[in-house]
Design a protein around this ligand. Sequence first.
Ligand code: HEM
Ligand SMILES: *[C@@H]1O[C@H](CO)[C@@H](O)[C@H](O)[C@H]1NC(C)=O
Ligand SMILES: *[C@@H]1O[C@H](CO)[C@@H](O)[C@H](O)[C@H]1NC(C)=O
Ligand SMILES: *[C@@H]1O[C@H](CO)[C@@H](O)[C@H](O)[C@H]1NC(C)=O
Ligand SMILES: *[C@@H]1O[C@H](CO)[C@@H](O)[C@H](O)[C@H]1NC(C)=O
Ligand SMILES: *[C@@H]1O[C@H](CO)[C@@H](O)[C@H](O)[C@H]1NC(C)=O
Ligand SMILES: *[C@@H]1O[C@H](CO)[C@@H](O)[C@H](O)[C@H]1NC(C)=O
Ligand SMILES: *[C@@H]1O[C@H](CO)[C@@H](O)[C@H](O)[C@H]1NC(C)=O
Ligand SMILES: *[C@@H]1O[C@H](CO)[C@@H](O)[C@H](O)[C@H]1NC(C)=O
Ligand SMILES: *[C@@H]1O[C@H](CO)[C@@H](O)[C@H](O)[C@H]1NC(C)=O
Length: 529
Amino acid sequence: MFPLALFTCFLTAHAYIWPSPQLDALEAARFNQNGHNAGGIANFVEPCDVFFTGGINFTGRSNIADWLRTAYHDMATHNVTDGTGGMDASVRFAEEQERPENVGDGIANTIGLLFTITDRYISMADSLTLGPIIAIENCGGPEIAFRGGRLDAGEPNMPGVPEPQQDLETHIASFVRQGFTQTEMIGLVSCGHTIGGVQHDFFPDIVPELNDPNSTESVVHFDSTFVTFDNNLAIEYISGTTHDPLVVGFNDTTNSDKRIFGSDGNVTMGSFAKSRDFFQSTCAGLLARMFNTVPRGVQLTDVVTPLPVKPFNVQLILDRDTLKFSGEVRFWNMSEDASRTVFLLWDDHNGRTHQVSLLFSGVSTAVAGRYTAAWYSFNATADTPFQAIEATAGVTSMRFVVDGRLEDQGGLGFSVQDGVVFSNTSCATSQNPYAGHLEIAVRNGLQPARVYLEQEVLDSVQRITVVDTEITPPAHPPANASSPYAIWSIDLEDAVKSVWYTIGFELDDGAKFSSNDMHRLIDLPPCAS
Ligand code: HEM
Ligand SMILES: *[C@@H]1O[C@H](CO)[C@@H](O)[C@H](O)[C@H]1NC(C)=O
Ligand SMILES: *[C@@H]1O[C@H](CO)[C@@H](O)[C@H](O)[C@H]1NC(C)=O
Ligand SMILES: *[C@@H]1O[C@H](CO)[C@@H](O)[C@H](O)[C@H]1NC(C)=O
Ligand SMILES: *[C@@H]1O[C@H](CO)[C@@H](O)[C@H](O)[C@H]1NC(C)=O
Ligand SMILES: *[C@@H]1O[C@H](CO)[C@@H](O)[C@H](O)[C@H]1NC(C)=O
Ligand SMILES: *[C@@H]1O[C@H](CO)[C@@H](O)[C@H](O)[C@H]1NC(C)=O
Ligand SMILES: *[C@@H]1O[C@H](CO)[C@@H](O)[C@H](O)[C@H]1NC(C)=O
Ligand SMILES: *[C@@H]1O[C@H](CO)[C@@H](O)[C@H](O)[C@H]1NC(C)=O
Ligand SMILES: *[C@@H]1O[C@H](CO)[C@@H](O)[C@H](O)[C@H]1NC(C)=O
């Protein structure tokens, strides 16, 4: 029997056990924010006071505010009665952006970035959720529970985003349609309008031209700390010192914040002004609900929590009669400590256990530095980038020992799949246009029904889909009968669709598995001519 790992079954629902490609990807995007192996979405929302667009930094505006407003405008089309609309990235469609309710350039600025951080496991709508979550917790706000699994809409939703000139009854009805009570409306608007402001260019009747070198885009801020997620909006509103242009604007018709904030006799705003903690915890709850407002039928994952011990980028590559075994492991809530000892233990098909000591490779941080994680690489020595494992023995499962403490995922171990692996006999015949010969090693005894190349491509509405290309089994019995692997292969010419690829395989019972180590065609060495 083969342990199925690097590859994981898509069909079984279970608690988060590594490996699990979608949860592994969502967890990494959520928690590897800064430092070693980090980046992605966090790069777009840090630092808090930056407004960078079209290659230029502007003053007086911030990218984080655009992310939060864009997410709200995506959600606000939700109809709780028929389950349509919600967080589904439908705001990317030009038809939605052209509506008066979506006026401004902030939505286009944000949407343009989504395409660069989305992959088969992280939809545009998940990215549009992670951006503001990471922004808020890095800019003074609370930690917000994140669930993944949003699906991207195939067409625009019905209109439904509130506008400032609408009356209070319309706003209350609009939030009820979105799934929020009047009190929750006051909360959500306060949680949104604690950052950013209103821009003259798109709201000339609300905000005048400022001619202020500190606000080159003529933005009047909702509160005096417009890049900090805090309760100053409420404090300034209650004390009567607010400059919020939707409260003290000269044209009362567009003073929507004034009508909304005062609609319960200032009770909610009064409690936000009194207690920073109450404001933060209320926003953490309301924003999580806002982000989790999805079209009916969409199944979100459980709240994504950091995996305490998480292997990363584990790869096996067949190199003649050895397997090159490489990767890293991340230990959550752990800082650098030169005296710590970390060992990798792995089991093979012969029932033997091997061990090697791991090298410290860096730290990453998350949630405004509130968490630190220490990373170790499988390298035994700095000049050997992999462990060489006897191919016949293979590898079935891993464990780690940290300062003498065993980390084995509660006794399950970290299962490793060596049934379908890359072979280093793959090569490129041309780099431009790309062409090459890919060889995949299939362990004797596995007998998959299919082995295929998986490439991520965009459909006609920019959603990522995975295209399979069949890999061919060997035509003849293997030349070397004592080798534990048979080579399946494919010639790549027209078949190349994306830079990165993974390998999938399907068993006779229809169960499908997908590798979570990604490879790039351009990294292949030239074929011998
Ligand atoms: C009745 C409901 C609401 C109305 C009428 C409203 C109206 C507005 C207007 C007119 C702007 C200025 C946009 C610009 O200049 O580009 C704005 C900005 C903003 N809104 Fe709202 N809003 C509402 C609710 C919300 C909610 C619920 C959130 C989030 C939870 C939110 C988040 C934001 C943010 C972050 C900005 C600043 C954008 C920036 O500085 O670029 N708004 N809102
Ligand atoms: C914009 O500001 C960021 C953060 O301060 C800085 O890292 C970046 O170099 C600036 N870019 C330009 C083009 O000025
Ligand atoms: C929400 O959906 C219900 C059921 O389809 C419909 O009757 C109602 O008009 C919709 N509300 C809005 C504001 O579109
Ligand atoms: C712009 O900001 C700088 C630094 O905060 C401040 O010294 C200056 O007075 C501001 N200028 C205007 C016109 O508000
Ligand atoms: C106030 O705003 C409303 C809605 O945008 C507009 O119709 C009206 O003309 C404005 N009034 C003044 C005095 O500008
Ligand atoms: C809410 O508080 C503001 C500022 O103190 C005040 O101007 C306003 O009249 C109050 N509104 C209500 C409905 O009490
Ligand atoms: C056949 O495979 C075995 C096991 O991988 C290897 O040791 C041996 O060198 C191979 N023989 C040839 C002729 O390639
Ligand atoms: C992080 O580690 C420290 C010390 O190792 C421990 O006291 C603390 O409870 C841990 N925190 C979390 C959130 O696991
Ligand atoms: C192994 O070490 C080398 C040299 O330090 C490094 O370049 C390589 O990235 C490391 N490999 C892994 C998987 O950590
Ligand atoms: C396979 O790996 C060996 C080192 O183990 C290296 O000498 C050889 O060049 C590699 N072959 C290819 C095609 O990458």
